[in-house]
Design a protein around this ligand. Structure first.
Ligand SMILES: *Cc1c(COP(=O)(O)O)cnc(C)c1O
Length: 220
């Protein structure tokens, strides 16, 4: 077994333990294995160990490695977890099964137009900048619920959930709690939150998916 497969197994156990600890059903939380910076040869053993849900943060990088892997394993679900520019909307809609980083009107419009043009329907999450960090993508939490509603009413997009990356130097709990509250207010069921360092906390706060990279693939 390679290290990544051993790590994957350990992360699965820790997610299961966190679900049990939080009184949530087994399997309530989906593991998104974040494979950014790792090449197809590094990813294949993890697919071989049964992992089917992956996250990438750059459209260009994903386009270089995932079409081949998806051809070999058609049941893979690929998530875009990094910022999206509207000039990449065509490629993003063509390649990704879930786009987690819808965060402004222009991107919502570009995605909607591409979905119509391509006849593809990736699932969509709205990214929320819970820490109001200037350098970070995501919509202001005070505008999130109204934005989800505009995605529906203006762009005809069915948003399924919310995603956030809490500030690196803060206790993540309050950020996860805020995201959960906003999702409830917006009538959304999916919550993408928690990474290598804090996914168990995220599970306790109601995450339905956690995005784990370095704890599986190693340092970047
Ligand atoms: C890189 C990345 C992750 C994974 O981070 P790790 O700390 O390596 O687990 C999760 N979410 C996003 C948005 C990322 O860019």
């Amino acid at each position: 077994m390679t290290d990544s497969v051993t790590n994957l197994d350990a992360i699965r156990r820790r997610i299961a333990a966190a679900e049990a600890q939080a009184g949530r059903p087994a399997g309530a939380v989906t593991l998104v294995a974040v494979s950014k910076t790792f090449d197809a040869d590094a990813i294949r053993p993890v697919i071989g160990a049964g992992q089917r849900v992956f996250g990438e943060n750059r459209v260009q990088e994903a386009r270089a490695k995932w079409p081949g892997l998806k051809a070999d394993w058609p049941d893979i679900e690929l998530h875009l977890i990094g910022p999206l520019q509207s000039n990449k909307a065509m490629e993003a809609v063509a390649l990704f099964d879930v786009i987690e980083t819808v965060d402004r009107e222009k991107i919502a419009g570009a995605i909607a137009a591409e979905m119509r043009a391509q006849g593809r329907k990736p699932k969509l999450y709205v990214q929320v900048n819970t820490g109001l960090e200037e350098q970070k993508a995501g919509i202001d939490p005070r505008e999130a619920v109204a934005f989800v509603e505009r995605c529906r009413s203006v762009h005809g997009l069915a948003v399924e959930g919310l995603m956030a990356i809490p500030p690196a130097d803060e206790n993540p709990g309050p950020h996860f709690a805020l995201l959960e509250k906003l999702a409830r207010q917006a009538g959304l069921e999916k919550l993408s939150m928690g990474m290598s360092g804090d996914f168990e906390t995220a599970v306790a706060f109601g995450a339905t998916s956690v995005r784990v990279g370095s704890a599986i693939f190693g340092g970047r």
